[in-house]
Design a protein around this ligand. Structure first.
Ligand SMILES: Nc1ncnc2c1ncn2[C@@H]1O[C@H](COP(=O)(O)OP(=O)(O)OP(=O)(O)O)[C@@H](O)[C@H]1O
Length: 279
């Protein structure tokens, strides 16, 4: 797929969660994947298929029951992220305390640190006073604060578990922009989502089905299949997802016998593909 440096690898990894009654419940089996420097991996799959377990494993929160998680770098420096339940990640009581736990601001003068708080928060579009207590923030603000802290820690791999789930369209856009910026600076992205439009930036799609990786490849192959034939059942459909409008339109055109130079992933590409059909 790529010859870039491997930052971390899962090798035949399994996870068993213990239920309250003490029984073991296997939720992951035989999961293998390499995460390469500079990738933007979007992880999709139905509810309960094991996507959040990937976030927990990468962030060092869920131990493996079998297999290995191999990484050269200290895990704390390697991965940072945003979990689905924002409160689970807070350490401090106020916004300021939350940011003070990060090593980055600790050696700054008082003046420079004030600037740093503002910069860190504004990277995700937050303008809240740093004195605010965390329990007075909305769910979306908490999610953004966690993202701000994760970005400020400058991890090698940024792990995002449905980071836009509680956000309005403007805040979703802020998140997308902030993550794009981090990716441009070299951060590797692992983005878990149910929103297929969030595949737009992906270099690779990993699809989970029932605790196993059922697809691992490029976004175009995810949406249109790999055979180069008229798609009937694609990896996207096999995972139970309704393809986005752009993909459905392109498949409809192919079914009508149109030859498309490019299988489009977004509206701009669809417009270009349709334009080539016009005399
Ligand atoms: N702490 C836990 N203890 C027991 N079972 C768990 C625990 N966390 C997750 N599970 C189970 O593991 C399976 C995979 O869960 P996971 O949260 O990884 O799925 P998911 O794909 O992220 O789901 P969703 O899209 O609903 O967030 C599910 O069946 C879930 O019920």
């Amino acid at each position: 797929m790529t010859n870039r440096e491997i930052l971390a690898s899962l090798e035949k990894a399994s996870v068993i969660y213990r239920t309250e009654s003490g029984e073991g419940r296997q939720v992951w089996s035989d999961v293998s994947m390499d995460i390469h420097q500079g990738e933007w991996i979007v992880v999709v799959g139905p509810n309960g298929s094991g996507k959040s377990t990937l976030a927990s494993v990468l962030l060092g929160l869920s131990p493996l029951s079998d297999g290995q998680f191999v990484h050269k770098q200290n895990q704390h420096r390697l991965t940072r992220g945003v979990l689905q339940i924002p409160d689970a990640q807070f350490i401090g009581d106020t916004v300021q305390e939350e940011l003070d736990y990060l090593p980055n601001g600790q050696n700054l003068s008082t003046e420079a640190r004030k600037e740093w708080y503002i910069e860190t928060l504004s990277a995700v579009g937050l303008t809240i006073p740093i004195e605010r207590t965390l329990n007075t923030l909305s769910g979306g603000q908490k999610q953004l604060l966690n993202l701000a802290a994760a970005l400020a820690a400058q991890p090698k791999i940024l792990v995002l578990d449905e980071p836009t789930a509680m956000l309005d369209p403007a805040a979703r856009n802020e998140v997308r922009q902030a993550v794009r910026e981090a990716h441009k600076q070299g951060t590797t992205i692992v983005w878990i989502t149910h929103r297929l439009e969030e595949l737009a930036d992906a270099t690779r799609v990993v699809g989970f089905g029932e605790g196993r990786i059922s697809f691992d490849g490029e976004p175009r192959a995810f949406f249109y299949g790999e055979g180069g034939e008229l798609p009937v059942m694609t990896p996207c459909m096999e995972l139970g997802f309704d393809p986005p409008f752009v993909v459905k339109t392109a498949i409809g055109l192919l079914q009508q016998g149109c030859q498309l130079d490019l299988l489009p992933l977004d509206m701009e590409e669809l417009a270009k593909a349709v334009a080539t059909l016009c005399p």
